[in-house]
Design a protein around this ligand. Structure first.
Ligand code: GRF
Length: 205
């Protein structure tokens, strides 16, 4: 079966590790995709240089430059629309994007916990792992989901789990969860893309 290549926009706010993981999965042939555009919500995001260093087009659309969620969302939507992509992948994107109807169902997010637990506003980065450890949970993991207009909310596509060890710190747990994220995000994107192609009859035997 020949699968067409999915054109991706990747949204970042921080280090860009998730974005680079997707680029790596594409380069290794595990994900039939192309990152057409990276969009960063902060001008000081480390991921900007990492994206450009990896040869990816990167636009900076600082949230700070916009008065409110509405105007920022409109600008972000215009930028994504102009890129001509098939899917939008949030990758450590910490801003609220009011997702317009035509991108709902084609926008994915990855979160470093087993949603619906430990998600929502303020639950990002080490805050998530800290909360998981403090809760006494013995299992954590990651969730890839379709994004809707609530933080860390929307239909789950894939979850992967890992243990929480008694001596874990937020950093050690983050590393274990990220190992699962590395597998989960490319796999989830591929599944979504495959199912979109099946629906439109785009897969050739
Ligand atoms: C990951 O833990 C991911 O689950 C979450 O943001 C983190 C990655 O951020 N959405 P980055 O790629 O290191 O900036």
């Amino acid at each position: 079966m020949t699968l067409p290549v999915a054109k991706l926009a990747v949204l970042i706010s921080g280090s860009g590790s998730t974005m680079l993981n997707l680029a790596h999965a594409i380069d290794s042939g595990d994900l039939p995709a192309r990152i057409v555009l990276v969009i960063a919500s902060r001008s000081d995001a480390v991921g900007i240089d990492r994206a450009r260093g990896a040869g990816l087009a990167c636009e900076v659309l600082p949230r700070k430059a916009f008065a409110d969620v509405e105007t920022y969302s409109n600008a972000l939507t215009a930028c994504i629309d102009a890129a001509g992509v098939d899917l939008v992948c949030m990758a450590g994107f910490l801003c609220f994007w009011k997702i317009p109807a035509h991108w709902v169902g084609r926008t994915l997010n990855i979160h470093p916990s087993l949603l619906p637990d430990f998600g929502g506003r303020g639950m990002h980065g080490m805050h998530v792992h800290d909360a998981v450890i403090k809760s006494g949970a013995t299992q954590s993991g990651c969730t890839v989901h379709f994004a809707d207009n609530q933080y860390d909310h929307g239909p789950v596509i894939l979850q992967r789990t890992c243990p929480v060890r008694p001596d874990d710190t937020p950093a050690t747990l983050a590393a274990r969860v990220f190992a699962e994220e590395r597998i989960a995000y490319p796999a989830a994107i591929k599944n979504v893309w495959l199912s979109m192609q099946r629906q439109i009859g785009g897969c050739r035997p």
